[in-house]
Design a protein around this ligand. Structure first.
Ligand SMILES: Nc1nc2c(ncn2[C@@H]2O[C@H](COP(=O)(O)OP(=O)(O)OP(=O)(O)O)[C@@H](O)[C@H]2O)c(=O)[nH]1
Ligand SMILES: [Mg+2]
Length: 362
C-alpha cells in the first residue's frame, strides 16, 4: 500500500461509529435502484383508493408511524411489493418526513413512496478490506449515506457554547450539506446561560456576514425561545447537532407538552450520552413540524461533491465567482479571492483551515 492509500485508510479507521448510528444508517439509506423508480414505485391499486400520509417515525422491522391526511395516526408496514427489490445493502428505503400513499381499506399498508423535495444527509466513509484498492470500488460505494430527514424546509444546526464545547468545523459541514441539498440552515447556539457568546463573536460574525441566520438560546432560562418560535412557524424543521447540545431540551421549551426525553452530560468527557436514539417528527401546535434527531458524532460529505466544495463552503460563494479560474480550489491557484480574503483576515484563518481539512478528507 502506498502512502496515499495508507492515509486514506487512516481516515477511514479513525471514523468511530456508534451502534445506533449503524442502525439508523441501515434504516434510512435512500439509494433506490432504478427499477424502484419505475414499476415498484407505483401501486396497481387505483389512486382514488389511496390516502396521502407523512412518515413520522421509522422502526426497525420495516414498520412506520404515519400520519394520514384523514383519520388517526397509524403504525403500518411497507407493501410486500418492495421486498422483491434489491436495495443494495439497504434494509429500508423510507426516512422521517417522507410522503407516502396508504391503503387503509383493510390492515393499513404503505403502497407508494412519493418523490422527495430534498434530503438532509451526511456520509460515513466506507472502509475497505486491507489491500483492496479504492480504484476497484464504484463511485456510489465510496461513502455510506445516512439520511437525517426528508422533505424539510430548514435545519437548525444546534451547538452548545460549552458542555460540549462548540465545534465550528462541524457547523461548516452542516452548512455545506444544507447548501448542497437546498435546505435553509439556521445556526442555533444553546446553553448561553453557561457562557457569554461574546467569546466566539469573530466566528459568529463571519457566519452572519456570510448571510447565515444565527440565534442563541437557553433552554434552562427560556432565553431566545420567542424569537425561535417565530422562525419555526409553518415550517418543517430538523434539529440536528452533536449529542448533549440540548436539542430535545430546546424543543421541550418551545412546546412543553411535547416532553421529549433529555439526558445528562458525561462528567468524564463533557459530551452527551446519546439520549435520543430515533428520529421523530412531531407537529407544532403553532403550525409546522419539528424533527428531533439523535446526536451525531461525525459528519462527512460525499466525495462526489468534492468539486462543489470550493463554492458551497460557508462564505466562499460570492468570492469564488471572482477567482481567476472558475474551477479554483482556493489552495494553489493564482488570483484566488478566497486566499486573498484569508490573508486580509476577512475570512478567519480557522475557517480556511476547516475548508482545507474538509477538502483533503474527500
Ligand atoms: N445549562 C443548560 N443546560 C442545558 C440547556 N439545554 C440543555 N441542557 C442540558 O444538557 C443536557 C443534554 O440535553 P438534551 O436536550 O438531552 O440534549 P440532546 O442534544 O437532545 O442530546 P441527544 O438526544 O443525546 O442527542 C441535559 O442535562 C440538559 O438539562 C441549556 O440551555 N442550559
Ligand atoms: Mg435528544
Amino acid at each position: 500500500m502506498d502512502t496515499k492509500d495508507k492515509n486514506k485508510r487512516n481516515t477511514i479507521d479513525e471514523v468511530e461509529l456508534l451502534e445506533q448510528e449503524y442502525e439508523q444508517l441501515e434504516a434510512s439509506d435512500n439509494r433506490r435502484p432504478k427499477r424502484l423508480r419505475s414499476k415498484e414505485q407505483k401501486s396497481k391499486k387505483t389512486r382514488s383508493k389511496l390516502t396521502d400520509g407523512i412518515v413520522l417515525e421509522c422502526f426497525t422491522n420495516n414498520f412506520y408511524r404515519v400520519e394520514p391526511t384523514t383519520g388517526n395516526m397509524i403504525t403500518c408496514p411497507l407493501s410486500g411489493r418492495f421486498k422483491n427489490v434489491d436495495f443494495a445493502n439497504t434494509r429500508s428505503i423510507i426516512a422521517v418526513g417522507d410522503r407516502v400513499r396508504l391503503d387503509l381499506s383493510s390492515d393499513p399498508i404503505i403502497e407508494e413512496i412519493c418523490d422527495r423535495k430534498n434530503i438532509l444527509r451526511r456520509y460515513i466513509p466506507r472502509s475497505f478490506p486491507e489491500g483492496e484498492s479504492q480504484a476497484r470500488v464504484y463511485d456510489h460505494q465510496l461513502d455510506k449515506e445516512v439520511i437525517l430527514a426528508a422533505n424539510v424546509d430548514q435545519v437548525i444546526v444546534t451547538s452548545s457554547i460549552i458542555n460540549p464545547v462548540i465545534n465550528f468545523n462541524l457547523i461548516d459541514r452542516y452548512l455545506c450539506s444544507a447548501e448542497l441539498s437546498d435546505i435553509e440552515p439556521l445556526i442555533c447556539i444553546t446553553k448561553i446561560d453557561l457562557k457569554d457568546p461574546e467569546n466566539i463573536s469573530s466566528e459568529l460574525n463571519y457566519y452572519r456576514n456570510s448571510s447565515f441566520k444565527i440565534s442563541s438560546a437557553s433552554a434552562t432560562d427560556g432565553i431566545g425561545i420567542d424569537e425561535l418560535t417565530d422562525l419555526l412557524k409553518g415550517k418543517s424543521t430538523v434539529f440536528s447537532g452533536p449529542s448533549g447540545v440540548g436539542k430535545s431540551s430546546l424543543i421541550n421549551q418551545l412546546e412543553p407538552k411535547i416532553n421529549l426525553r433529555t439526558g445528562s452530560i458525561s462528567n468524564y468527557s463533557n459530551k452527551g450520552k446519546h439520549v435520543t436514539s430515533n428520529s421523530i417528527m412531531i407537529k407544532w401546535s403553532f403550525g409546522g413540524y419539528l424533527i428531533d434527531t439523535p446526536g451525531i458524532k461525525t459528519f462527512g460529505l460525499s466525495r462526489k461533491d468534492k468539486d462543489k466544495l470550493p463554492r458551497v463552503f460557508p462564505g466562499f460563494k460570492d468570492l469564488a465567482i471572482h477567482c481567476r479560474f472558475t474551477s479554483c480550489t482556493h489552495i494553489v491557484e493564482k488570483d484566488c479571492r478566497v486566499r486573498e480574503a484569508t490573508a486580509k483576515g476577512t475570512i478567519p484563518e480557522s475557517r480556511y483551515q476547516s475548508y482545507i481539512n474538509l477538502f483533503n478528507s474527500l
